[in-house]
Design a protein around this ligand. Structure first.
Ligand code: XBP
Ligand code: MG
Length: 253
């Protein structure tokens, strides 16, 4: 049996957006506001423990900047910084500097041809998803996804399962008919918490994450000319890429 629905995470899964996308966009917003906050690649790896850009900035101040006296209106300062950060991030996407990960386009095409329903479950801001889809696939791509659940669609962000439950509710499908595609521990906890079988494609920021609960872990969705490496979980046989045959095998495992 094939899954009826594939639910994709966005950041780190569809594209490697964090290191060379969100991180420099945050830094650009900080510079613009004349703040001496600068997130290195290593520091950003630690900050990724917290999902959501506004939540991540607050975490940084609380945990790393005891020297910064937080004014009473810190929430609105962070909200304004986040608006600027989203502007920088979407501009970077429009410049085409952040490519899709290996195998993403191929798997989306195969799923659509087979009539598998598609959805997105992400903690990122909706404008970021729109910009990513628009720049990677063109204006018609948002319509490929029946539900795009993002940002404030869930009160509690990943690792809470709420965003996946929102998708299941709106699609009116049981978790048992879906497969989630994620890249991180927070994503796995969220999808598995909603009872969804989860395939993980790790990236450089998440390769040491605790991915307990994932059905299978690979290092990309793979292509015939650029096969994935199996990391953990279900036996994938001789598979070189995540395709419909492998999804079918996962559903049965
Ligand atoms: C990734 C995130 C997001 C982005 C930043 O979530 O944690 O916070 O880093 O996005 P996912 P915003 O992998 O679930 O897509 O700044 O728009 O919150
Ligand atoms: Mg992710």
């Amino acid at each position: 049996m094939l899954p009826s629905v594939l639910i994709f995470d966005v950041d780190g899964t569809l594209a490697d957006t964090e290191r060379h996308g969100h991180r420099p966009a945050f830094n650009a917003a900080f510079r613009e506001a004349k703040l001496d906050w600068e997130w290195s690649e290593d520091l950003y790896g630690e900050l990724l423990a917290i999902t959501g850009g506004k939540e991540r900035m607050q975490f940084y101040l609380d945990q790393y900047r005891a020297d910064f006296v937080q004014p009473p209106d810190i929430k609105s300062i962070i909200a304004n910084l986040h608006v600027a950060k989203t502007r920088h991030f979407t501009q970077m996407l429009a410049q085409g500097t952040i490519p899709l990960r290996v195998g993403v386009r191929r798997l989306l095409d195969e799923a659509r041809i087979a009539g598998i329903r598609l959805a997105i479950a992400t903690t990122t801001t909706p404008a970021n998803v729109d910009a990513l889809l628009m720049n990677a696939f063109g204006s018609h791509a948002a319509a490929w996804f029946e539900i795009i659940a993002a940002g404030n669609d869930a009160k509690a962000k990943k690792p809470d399962p709420e965003i996946y439950r929102v998708v299941l509710d709106r699609l009116r499908v049981p978790a048992s008919e879906c497969i989630a595609i994620e890249d991180s521990a927070n994503g796995v906890r969220s999808a598995c918490g909603a009872g969804i079988k989860t395939l993980v494609t790790i990236n450089d920021y998440t390769r040491n994450d605790d991915l307990t609960g994932a059905a299978v872990v690979v290092d990309s969705l793979g292509e015939p000319s650029n096969p994935f490496n199996w990391i953990a979980g279900a036996d994938v046989g001789n598979a070189k890429q995540v395709d419909l045959a492998l999804l079918q095998r996962l559903m049965a495992s």
